[in-house]
Design a protein around this ligand. Structure first.
Ligand SMILES: *[C@@H]1O[C@H](CO)[C@@H](O)[C@H](O)[C@H]1NC(C)=O
Ligand SMILES: *[C@@H]1O[C@H](CO)[C@@H](O)[C@H](O)[C@H]1NC(C)=O
Length: 289
């Protein structure tokens, strides 16, 4: 008996591994100017009648939300009921007359500014890739998001009508799509300094562009945030003298804050060291002339 059980376990493990497709799915990323906001376009609705909706890319949002008035055809849109397993598995969900509700912070507001919306499901269409280029429209898949009213879009660039959730949590867009298409649950983002970039899901490669030199840094995930550890900061080759505990928490990656934000003590040390070095360099330059 023991031998048979082992064989079955082995076979099911084998099939679980081989069923996972090597395919890659793609969405184009656009940088809006002058807001410096990154967004992508998700096609929502049945494949026959999709509505393009531009969504702000946010690594901190747990559930995608958007202005559902942008969806032209409501034939495939469905409300998620409070009793459904989908509603129960969304952390921090609420309930209003049997409709699942979700409250979450808005990426561009202070932490106290939240958006509340009904949780719905509709189909989304994305592209499959070959050598990093979009080649086919993948069959549409259902995905879960929440509907928000116009006023929550305040602060976003005019083309944008919602937020694409890319947090490390349970229900972000990338997790829903990689699970629906049965591909490796990974994504890569290539944010452009101007105009267009890419957002890939599935096999981790930047569209076969193997010539791009890459240095890798270990990513840590903590309380729904992506973090990298910073060990020291140098100014003109000289390390800042910092209390090491200041760097302990790590640095959070963000796609919505356009500039690096430093804790006050770190900022002061950097500014002081920078001013000192800049003065030395200026003094040298004037000494030469
Ligand atoms: C919506 O997606 C589901 C799979 O998640 C699929 O079975 C269904 O055919 C899609 N519906 C439309 C109208 O594209
Ligand atoms: C997202 O979910 C994680 C884990 O459930 C939680 O720690 C985090 O605070 C949530 N983030 C936001 C912005 O709601």
């Amino acid at each position: 008996m023991g031998g048979v059980t082992h064989l079955i376990v082995f076979l099911s493990m084998f099939s679980a591994i081989t069923l996972m497709s090597e395919a890659q799915y793609l969405l184009a990323v656009t940088k809006d100017e002058p807001s410096r906001q990154y967004y992508t376009t998700v096609y929502i609705g049945s494949a026959a009648m999709t509505s393009p909706v531009n969504l702000l890319i946010d690594l901190g949002t747990n559930l995608t939300w958007l202005n559902c008035r942008k969806i032209k055809s409501l034939s495939t849109l469905g409300l998620v009921t409070c009793k459904s397993s989908t509603c129960k598995s969304i952390p921090g969900n609420g309930c209003d007359r049997n409709t699942c509700l979700y409250r979450q912070p808005r990426p561009l507001g202070k932490n106290t500014v939240v958006t509340t919306g009904r949780v719905v499901q509709d189909n989304a269409t994305i592209f499959t890739t070959e050598g990093g280029q979009p080649v086919h429209i993948a069959p549409s898949r259902r995905f879960t998001f929440s509907c928000a009213v116009d006023k929550y879009l305040q602060g976003m660039a005019p083309p944008i009508a919602g937020v694409l959730a890319l947090s490390p949590g349970e229900f972000p867009f990338w997790r829903q799509m990689t699970s629906a298409f049965n591909v490796i649950p990974k994504f890569s983002l290539c944010l452009p300094s101007s105009r267009y970039g890419y957002f890939f899901m599935g096999t981790p490669s930047l569209g076969g562009k193997k010539t791009v030199p890459m240095t890798s840094t270990t990513l840590k995930i903590d309380s729904g945030k992506y973090l990298i550890s910073v060990r020291s900061i140098y100014v003109d080759g000289v390390p800042l003298t910092l209390d090491p505990s200041l760097l302990e928490g790590g640095a959070q990656l963000s796609t919505v804050v356009p500039f690096t934000v430093l804790q006050t003590d770190i900022y002061n040390a950097l500014a002081q060291s920078f001013t000192l070095r800049a003065t030395v360099i200026l003094w040298c330059l004037s000494g030469v002339s």
